[in-house]
Design a protein around this ligand. Structure first.
Ligand code: BV8
Ligand code: ZN
Length: 243
């Protein structure tokens, strides 16, 4: 039984669909969200740690926070919401655009092949000096902050507050949002810009906007349909798949 006729019709007709994912997508996998009561930010203010100036001021502290976060994510696996997106990609191919604010890498673990990681990836690193980037092997706390072979300081491959998002990724996300028939927003509080603007872009271009969250957010107010339920429960049903 279709719980969103508009979405089911769009999937059947192979119309372009955008899925916009936030931390709530990974919550049931055990990844702490940013602003929930177990939120990552609860112990720290974003300005303290997720900014370039914080990193330059105290790279070891910032690296310890990212090491802690990676240790929490390492034990997490994709949940039915991630798996449903992978199945939908199998059905829609490049008609599906997944825009994720999450840096946890769980969409990749779920087998989703194409996605726009607008805030980067916690498993990637980049050298401040030579720009060399790559995957992260485990870095023992005692050897933090890691140094590149060129001697430069290595940073987490994520977008910090006050940093611009990668231009080609951001423009692809805006373009997909402006061209989609339906946007499904999953688990975001809609406070971080410029990504929080995407549902408005979709709506202004005539898309049907669906919001999945545990609570209402500013995005709920502009959505055509709001499902206040856990993503792992609702998303498979929304995409017409069980479990
Ligand atoms: C930019 C990577 C141009 C790092 C992140 C003042 C000074 C400087 C900048 C600004 C400023 N005022 C505004 C700005 C712009 C700023 C911004 O928006 N700030 C906000 C806080 C006001 N944005 C930026 O700086 C961006 N860059 O604008 O560049 C510029 C340049 C210079 C100066 C100005 C502008 C860069 C933003 C990227 C920051 N990096 N992450 C890292 O991870 O360490 S953001 C971080 O928040 C994560 O990526 C996260 O994804 C993102 C958004 O949070 P959510 O995903 O929504 O998560 P949250 O916990 O908030 O919500 C979870 C939701 O899920 C909740 O609603 C909950 O109810 C729901 N939920 C929970 N469980 C479930 C569920 N839903 C369903 N099922 C469940 N089971
Ligand atoms: Zn280097």
């Amino acid at each position: 039984m279709a719980i969103s006729v508009k979405l089911s019709d769009a999937i059947e007709r192979g119309e372009p669909i955008v899925v916009l994912a936030g931390a709530g997508m990974s919550a049931e996998s055990g990844v702490p969200t940013f602003r929930g009561d177990d939120g990552l930010w609860k112990n720290y203010r974003p300005e303290e740690l997720a900014t370039y100036s914080a990193f330059v001021r105290d790279p070891k502290l910032v690296w310890e926070w990212y090491n802690w976060r990676r240790s929490k994510i390492k034990g997490c696996s994709p949940n039915p919401a991630h798996n449903a997106v992978t199945l939908l990609e199998g059905k829609l191919g490049d008609k599906l655009t997944l825009v994720t604010q999450n840096v946890d890498g769980l969409h990749r673990d779920a087998g989703t092949r194409n996605y726009l990681e607008v805030h980067g990836c916690i498993w990637e690193v980049r050298c401040l000096k030579c720009g060399l980037s790559g995957e992260l092997r485990d870095i023992p706390d005692e050897s933090l902050p890691p140094k590149c072979t060129c001697g430069g300081l290595v940073r987490p491959g994520v977008v910090w507050f006050g940093e611009s998002l990668p231009e080609h990724i951001l423009s692809a996300a805006f373009r997909a949002s402006a061209e989609c028939a339906v946007m499904v927003v999953i688990g975001t509080s809609g406070v971080v810009y410029p990504v929080a603007h995407l549902p408005q872009v979709a709506r202004e271009n005539g898309a049907h906007v669906i919001d999945v969250n545990l609570e209402r957010t500013p995005i709920s107010d502009i959505a055509d349909e709001v499902f206040l339920s856990p993503a792992g429960d609702v998303v498979p049903k929304l995409f017409g798949m069980m479990g």
